[in-house]
Design a protein around this ligand. Sequence first.
Ligand SMILES: [Zn+2]
Length: 381
Amino acid sequence: MNSTPNLQPDSFEARKYNRAKRWAEVCDLIVGFGLLITLLLNHGSARLRDLAYNASRQNYSLALFLFVLMLLVVSKVVTLPLDYYAFRLEHKYKLSNQKISGWVWDEVKGWLVGLVLITILVEVLYATMRAYPDEWWIIVWVVFIGFSVLLAQLAPVVLFPIFYRFEPLRNDGLRERLVRLSERAGTRVRGVYEWKISEKSKKANAALTGLGKTRRILVADTLLNNYTDDEIEAVLAHELGHHVHGHIAKGMLLQVGITFVGFFAASHILRWAVDQRQMFQSVSDFANLPLLALIAAVLGLVLAPVLNAYSRYNERQADQYAWKSIVSVDPFISSMHKLASQNLAEENPSRWIEVLFHSHPSIGKRTAAAAAWRAKQQPAV
Ligand SMILES: [Zn+2]
């Protein structure tokens, strides 16, 4: 895309807010890496394993659960100050109306959901490692894919409602417009839901989620209440663009490839750590869990710019679909500016910030591209 964004400088407030948020993210990353490395280098992991074994009276599965529990407690305690800072930051910039009690409750729920999901995965992982010390990684990879598909399908109906309320979109006119939009695209959307964000945040958002029967478009009530029908239609058309281009399925396919490489690398690194370095008693010695988490974190960090670039490509595709399916791109452009100011987003971040942190092209680029597309459709007389 060659269109040059109209480089209006962002407000001082927007820049300050985004800079603080990015620093919090970077600190969170550093603290996470620091914790994993400390556990591995100071035998902390081995000590926690022994503690778990003694407490469970040498029952492997129970010891593994206690080990995971202790790790998650330690990591929550270590990252809590940063989580609280992020919560305060939203209030400081008047982007949140969530009370502290609500925030604490959300943190507890999030931690419990994490505990349940991680426990299931880790128990399967180490049971497989015990049974197949050499081929575990390929078996776990297959299980992992199945688990991801299941989770993608269940998330909108099981996970999201733990944190937010959803209601079918009540605006009949809008729903009809969307049905017409999707029919014209030769596709059918299973449902459009109003996402009750306003109870917690003042920000607005929309998303396409789910797989198969749970596939749905979610639109924040904060968006539905403050935007014109034309603007909401533009946002919905963008989400429909993700649907038409099969972005969820493509993303999962990419995940399949990445996790294959990840598990393959993990099996070799683990073998080396056990055989060459005697860091662990065996492959299925779960004191090596922080090492596996570290491998996953490094892979995630290295791939982040690539995955962000891929995501921005998908976003541009969805945008182009939206422009084609609505009568005029003007409401698309105005909705983008509104979203930026409502979410205190930077319309024109620096290039490297975009590469490292952003899964969406900047609002400046998106609106400039839309304007360029409009100019091409209506050549100047
Ligand atoms: Zn999108």
